[in-house]
Design a protein around this ligand. Structure first.
Ligand SMILES: NC(=O)c1ccc[n+]([C@@H]2O[C@H](COP(=O)([O-])OP(=O)(O)OC[C@H]3O[C@@H](n4cnc5c(N)ncnc54)[C@H](O)[C@@H]3O)[C@@H](O)[C@H]2O)c1
Length: 353
């Protein structure tokens, strides 16, 4: 399928690298608000055409738009793609609000095109091996779990970090999608949340000394109640100078514990342990352990061509966004809140055709 990439910033390199190599995806054009940036990307990755967003959307040879713009532009660009009759797969989060994400999904359904969304790391070898082990009963019934994403914030490495501290950013909206999508793939949808959230600093500074105003919570403590009955403690922070707690997912079951490495990555290790047994590192069940960003696009293309549902779907991303929005609202109100949306647990993934 012919792909047009909109947004040629920091994350675009790995997409261009992978999408120009995968057989399912043929990158025919790219665009950015900064047209020079799009032209540079095209020259670097051998993309035949580059220019403005309007030119890309008017190009009848583009079937699917990969939207790699900043979160605040995801819906605007997604809607423009849908209105141009193109499928769209976007970076996370799907949108800044569930209301605007809902409009994108409704318009796409009406237009007969698909919406897909990152993260696709849940299709990687680590989380899919964990999924297979859970489904095989390796830890019995999942009862509870814990995830900790503790970091000092992205201004220390990102060239344009302001969006991480504006609505649509913060540790929950930026990093939460990896953990929450992984958890929904493992445990199914979330029914209710409780939370306490704080902002450790009103302003922050880039390494060059430029000030960034903080408009979102930067330390979020949440409890997730899954429809299936398990509860998971989740902490997302940009306010932690250093920590020894790893960025993984731990699930505690009736018969053992399952640990999978950082859901921001595609690989392992995946460990299973228990009361009276040594930790055992499991062999990964699929080859997708390197940085495979774009795998979700290729899987979506195969699904469209086969007429089946794709896994990194708009419905999954909307539910994850709704969980995040509900966490922020629960923290503001000091209340336990039901999560209004739900979604099917995505089917296991063993590889592309
Ligand atoms: N940087 C990372 O490591 C990383 C990792 C995973 C996911 N992401 C996600 O990828 C997305 C992009 O992040 P990034 O780090 O590449 O940001 P970035 O700021 O480096 O790049 C974004 C690009 O989009 C362009 N853009 C913004 N609004 C636009 C619009 N309306 N139309 C066309 N182009 C527009 C900008 O000019 C810029 O070139 C975000 O949603 C982010 O959450 C980033």
């Amino acid at each position: 399928m012919r792909i047009g990439v909109i947004g040629c910033g920091k994350i675009s390199s790995i997409y261009f690298k992978n999408l120009t190599q995968l057989t399912q995806t043929d990158v025919v054009r790219c665009a950015d608000l900064d047209v020079e940036r799009a032209k540079e990307a095209a020259a670097r990755f051998g993309v035949p055409a580059a220019g403005t967003v309007d030119e890309l959307l008017a190009d009848p040879s583009v079937d699917l738009v990969v939207n790699l713009t900043i979160p605040a532009a995801h819906v605007e660009v997604g809607l423009a793609a849908v209105r141009a009759g193109k499928h769209v797969y976007g970076e996370k989060p799907l949108a800044i609000t569930t209301a605007s994400a809902g409009q994108l999904l409704t318009e796409a359904t009406d237009a007969g095109v698909r919406v897909g969304s990152a993260p696709d790391t849940f299709l990687g070898a680590g989380l899919q091996t964990a999924r297979a082990l859970l489904d095989e009963g390796a830890i019995g019934t999942p009862l509870s779990g814990a995830v900790f994403m503790l970091s000092p914030g992205h201004e220390h490495w990102h060239p344009a970090p302001d969006f991480y501290y504006q609505p649509g950013g913060g540790p929950l909206f930026d990093m939460g999608p990896y953990y929450l999508t992984g958890l929904v793939s493992l445990l199914g949808p979330v029914a209710a949340v409780s939370a306490v959230a704080t902002s450790g600093y009103a302003t922050r500074r880039t390494p060059q000394g430029r000030e960034i105003r903080v408009e979102v919570p930067t330390h979020v403590n949440a409890v997730l109640e899954f429809e299936g009955g398990a509860t998971v403690t989740a902490v997302f922070s940009f306010d932690v100078p250093a920590s020894t707690i790893p960025h993984g997912i731990e699930l505690y079951g009736s018969d053992g514990t399952l640990v999978v490495d950082d859901p921001n990555n595609f690989g392992g290790p995946v460990l299973v342990g228990g009361r009276d047994v040594e930790w055992r590192e499991e062999s990964l069940r699929t080859p997708w352990s390197a940085d495979s960003r774009g795998l979700g696009v290729a899987e979506m293309v195969e699904a469209i061509e086969a007429g089946r549902d794709h896994r990194a779907s708009g419905a999954l991303a909307l539910h994850v966004l709704d969980i995040m929005e509900s966490i922020h609202t629960a923290a503001e109100r000091g209340a336990r809140l039901p999560v209004a949306s739900t979604c099917p647990r995505p089917a296991p993934f063993t590889g592309l055709a």
